[in-house]
Design a binder for this molecule. Structure first.
Ligand SMILES: Cc1cc2nc3c(=O)[nH]c(=O)nc-3n(C[C@H](O)[C@H](O)[C@H](O)COP(=O)(O)OP(=O)(O)OC[C@H]3O[C@@H](n4cnc5c(N)ncnc54)[C@H](O)[C@@H]3O)c2cc1C
Length: 505
């Protein structure tokens, strides 16, 4: 007998909350009701179930919160039944794709019901339309693997372990971004379960306002059960390179980075670079260029835009390739393996308009603020990274119908990522990340180079209410109108406590 059966038998006594009352139904009752919707189907797991531990594992344990039960739908109809029930009974819930958000409660919920989409993970390709249809709970490694036999791929995670749902609804920076725009720009349509349980297909011709809204609008509109994605050719070689440069090379490194950000990137859109610097414990700071190239790459004769990072212009490079001359799958699997799960992490972000003197000031502040008392914390690593969103990227977004993110001028997305070992150090390191980003804001603002945009997928919990407003008032107004139309009862604001919300919801 289901563990929830007996609870359900007496649920009449506890089922008091109605949609109109601002009181949530007891999560145990919600779990029981849900279980009763799927008799004999083993789709609802309580904390005593063997499956529970795996279902509540997150890429970083900093994100972990424990739900009362986990619901594992297999198809759109399952999702629809659950959402209908939650809306009717005022049950709080969360939606989890690949579980890579750094923030506790974004793809998890304390005590409520977690909908984990991992069983919805099929990919198909229609050669006639040139579109791939990808289930909302898929991970990129499977998507790439399923599509490569057709010599095509889609814009997806640079780390192949990411889930498609969170990544695409947050925007999605892929290795093809400089040529093709945000990964979200390449969504041609979605099948989405709305807050009232209705399933609709949004495309560029039907409910186009909803389609545009989910491109950066996160989980505010519904649960996306299928993405229809434009594909790109993947017949040639794909390269992922990882190069290190010592502290002494910082000036030449930053000069080359500035030049790439301010124009170089647009001259060869097959290239892609993430610029970062890391400090691990008490070790020396190192500079890194994580480069990808959609084509062959011979390090002794690289594409000219990547030349400075190979030919000694940025002095003393150390080669550390992660996927030379392979495929998009091998490059992104390589990064997945390099960025293994299990450590405590946080991430915070802002955007700037790139200027060399500003990059130097930010680096200086970062080094000053990364003091010894932090560096001795077990497992300490801090990474300071940025990458350009150039003119060709922005033009590609516009040509494909636009998105919610409101970027009209080139900028660089900048982020700080912190890693450490022990929960007891959470407070100190979260505070450090907050102080650091505030100092960066001040410095960039004083230089007149602070951009308003904050990238949702790199956003932290302290900016819960700042991310969507950072898209600008025009985007916010559009998102609010879509919210009014497609989630008028605010199911995904009211009943889903985690995530970045639309102002007023
Ligand atoms: C190691 C690592 C590497 C990364 N690399 C990149 C990168 O290269 N480019 C990039 O842009 N970002 C990157 N990110 C950030 C990543 O895009 C976000 O963490 C994103 O949220 C991951 O999606 P997910 O489905 O795995 O996340 P989850 O944590 O499962 O979900 C994140 C949010 O999306 C919502 N959601 C998930 N699925 C759906 C769905 N089907 N319908 C509606 N809402 C849904 C959830 O409710 C949650 O609020 C990286 C993160 C990590 C940890």
């Amino acid at each position: 007998m289901s563990p929830y059966k007996s609870i359900l038998l007496c649920s009449g006594l506890v089922l008091t909350a109605q949609a109109s009352v601002l009181q949530f139904t007891n999560p145990t009752t919600c779990c029981s009701l849900l279980d009763s919707k799927f008799p004999g189907e083993s789709k609802v797991f309580s904390s005593t179930a063997l499956e529970y531990e795996a279902l509540t594992f997150y890429w970083t344990p900093t994100a972990q919160v424990l739900p009362r039960c986990v619901f594992t739908p297999y198809n759109t109809n399952d999702v629809k039944k659950a959402v209908k029930l939650f809306a009717r009974r005022n049950c709080q819930f969360a939606v989890r794709g690949g579980g890579h958000s750094y923030n506790p409660g974004w793809a998890g919920i304390k005590k409520g019901v977690l909908i984990s989409l991992g069983n919805m993970n099929h990919t198909t390709y229609n050669a006639g339309t040139g579109l791939a249809t990808v289930d909302g709970g898929s991970r990129w490694t499977d998507v790439y693997g399923d599509l490569l036999p057709y010599n095509i791929t889609v814009l997806g995670g640079r780390n192949s372990d990411l889930g498609v749902g969170g990544y695409l609804t947050g925007g999605g920076i892929s290795f093809y971004a400089n040529k093709e725009g945000w990964a979200a720009d390449n969504i041609e349509g979605v099948e989405i379960v709305l807050g009232n349980g209705t399933v609709i297909n949004a495309s560029k011709t039907q409910h186009s306002d909803l389609l545009r809204s989910v491109k950066g609008g996160s989980n505010n509109f519904g649960i996306i059960t299928k993405f229809r994605l434009a594909t790109v050719n993947a017949t040639g070689l794909f390269n992922g390179w990882y190069m290190r440069y010592p502290f002494a090379s910082t000036d030449s490194y930053l000069a080359a980075a500035e030049s790439y950000c301010n124009g170089g990137v647009d001259t060869d859109t097959r290239s892609h670079i993430i610029f970062s610097a890391s400090i691990v414990g008490m070790g020396n700071m190192t500079n890194v260029a994580l480069m990808a190239y959609d084509g062959a790459l011979d390090p002794s004769n690289p594409p000219s835009v990547l030349g400075p990072f190979f030919d000694g212009t940025v002095a003393n490079p150390t080669f550390q390739w992660f996927a030379p001359n392979g495929t998009i799958k091998s490059a992104t699997d390589g990064l997945r393996d390099a960025q293994g799960s299990g450590n405590r992490y946080t991430m915070t972000t802002l955007s700037i308009r790139v200027e060399l003197s500003l990059l130097k000031k930010l680096r200086k502040a970062w080094l000053e603020m990364t003091t010894t008392d932090l560096r001795v914390i077990p497992g300490f690593l801090v990474q300071f990274a940025f990458q350009p969103v150039g003119a060709t990227w922005i033009a590609a977004s516009a040509a494909k119908g636009g998105n919610s993110m409101g970027i009209t001028e080139p900028l660089a997305v900048m982020w700080i990522q912190l890693r450490w070992d022990n929960q007891s150090d959470d407070a100190q390191l979260l505070q450090y990340s907050r102080r650091l980003i505030r100092r960066f804001e001040k410095i960039a603002s004083r230089a007149g180079k602070l951009a308003s945009f904050r990238y949702l997928n790199y956003g932290d919990r302290f900016h819960k209410d700042d991310i969507i407003p950072s898209y600008g008032s025009e985007s916010v107004t559009r998102l609010q109108s879509a919210k009014e139309l497609y989630d008028p009862d605010n199911v995904f604001g009211r009943l889903v406590p985690g995530g970045f919300k639309i102002p007023g919801y």
